[in-house]
Design a protein. Structure first.
Length: 135
């Protein structure tokens, strides 16, 4: 069903049937960018993640809540932004904001609407301010 993220799919399917515990040690490293994946087609990577979260939408909403599902959608939007599909990214950001309006979703939407006005420095400043505010 998925070209990428098969591990996540099997974990989500197993979680519906079995209890899991926490292993308090790093056992794997997750690469959050398709450039570090075994698949080179970033469009397929973004599509698969979006399909995965859509497949488990009801379960994520029921057990994890709106905010968690919105964060997953934001991750998908970032993947689409990285491949230049701003239309799909905007669609997903708007959808995520229906579940939970977050500063990150707002920033992602602004980046999509006004890319020439928002630089990577602005984004870094935003995250630095967010980090300072949480201290």
């Amino acid at each position: 069903e998925f070209i990428t993220c098969q591990d996540d799919d099997i974990c989500l399917r197993l979680a519906k049937e079995f209890k899991f515990g926490l292993v308090p040690a790093i056992k794997a490293i997750i690469h959050d960018d398709a450039g570090n994946q075994t698949i080179s087609n970033r469009t397929v990577y973004a599509d698969d993640w979006y399909k995965l979260f859509n497949k488990y939408e009801k379960d994520i909403l029921q057990y994890c809540g709106n905010e968690t599902f919105a964060k997953h959608l934001n991750k998908c939007a970032v993947l689409y932004m990285r491949i230049g599909d701003t239309g799909k990214a905007k669609e997903i950001i708007r959808r995520s904001m229906q579940y939970k309006k977050t500063a990150k979703a707002s920033l992602l939407l602004l980046i999509n609407l006004f890319p020439s006005f928002i630089s990577s420095r602005t984004i870094k400043l935003f995250y630095w301010l967010k980090w300072k505010a949480s201290m």
